[in-house]
Design a protein around this ligand. Structure first.
Ligand code: 13P
Length: 256
């Protein structure tokens, strides 16, 4: 049994209108609202954060956002800040997702500012790292992951480090149905934990949850979640349906 509580986070991406988010979150709370053995986070789009926040209030399901701007306020049209998310009772925020890196040009330096702003505002960052297929095929997976991890965590204190969650999401496995093998995933997770130990010391590295993301579903979750350094999942497609999300949480309970 691991020291670390398993965490299953649903990244709804740009899916679900507010009414649809209301339905999905109500179903999730009805099925999982009393689960305490596994930490559960749902991350709807900004437009339904408030709605979903009201549904999960009073349950064990937590609320996360998918992104935020590093500044607290100001002339940043279209952006949302950490204090705005906190005011809606979000507790987590996904930062540096590969889709934001690829489609919105987010750099490690910019993601790092967001990580620090999240921590300053008592939001737990879920910092995403992961290589593309070309990077894996050229043998640079670990180097890419190291650069993203170290770049994202600059200036994070030892005291704050244990509250950070890392998500390893190989880009080639996201939404493709191609899941990393358990060996591929465990190798990178163990590498991430060794880097965390170098930066923050082993005691803290043992506390940080490292999630796997990329075509995780109820059928492949048990094997992934049984790995020593895989502490949960950041789920895309399978988080959009109540049944598969519940089954994933159950797999995490069984793997605890
Ligand atoms: P899929 O589970 O749809 O592959 O998405 C993974 C992901 O990107 C979660 O952030």
């Amino acid at each position: 049994m691991s020291l670390r509580k398993k965490l299953i986070a649903g990244n709804w991406k740009m899916n679900k209108t507010s009414p649809d988010a209301l339905t999905l979150s109500k179903e999730i709370v009805a099925e999982l609202g009393k689960v305490i053995d596994v930490e559960i986070v749902v991350c709807p789009p900004f437009t339904s954060i408030e709605t979903v926040g009201k549904v999960v209030d009073g349950s064990s399901v937590k609320l996360g956002a998918q992104n935020m701007h590093p500044e607290a306020s100001g002339a940043y049209t279209g952006e949302v800040s950490a204090p705005m998310l906190r005011a809606l009772f979000a507790t987590h925020v996904i930062l540096g997702h590969s889709e934001r890196r690829a489609y919105f040009g987010e750099t490690d330096a910019f993601i790092n500012k967001k990580v620090l702003a999240a921590i300053k505002n008592q939001l737990k960052p879920i910092l995403c790292v992961g290589e593309t297929l070309a990077e894996r095929e050229s043998g640079s997976t670990l180097k890419v992951v190291q650069t993203q991890l170290e770049g994202g965590l600059v200036g994070v204190s030892k005291d704050d480090a244990a509250s950070v969650v890392i998500a390893y999401e190989p880009v080639w496995a996201i939404g493709t149905g191609k899941v990393a093998t358990t060996e591929q995933a465990q190798e990178v997770h163990a590498f991430i934990r060794s880097l965390l130990a170098k930066i923050f010391g082993d005691a803290i590295a043992q506390k940080v949850r490292i999630l796997y993301g990329g075509s995780m579903k109820p059928s492949n979750a048990p094997e992934l979640l049984a790995q020593k350094d895989i502490d949960g999942g950041l789920i895309g497609g399978a988080a959009l349906e109540t049944r598969s999300f519940v089954d994933l949480v159950n797999a995490a309970i069984a793997a605890k």
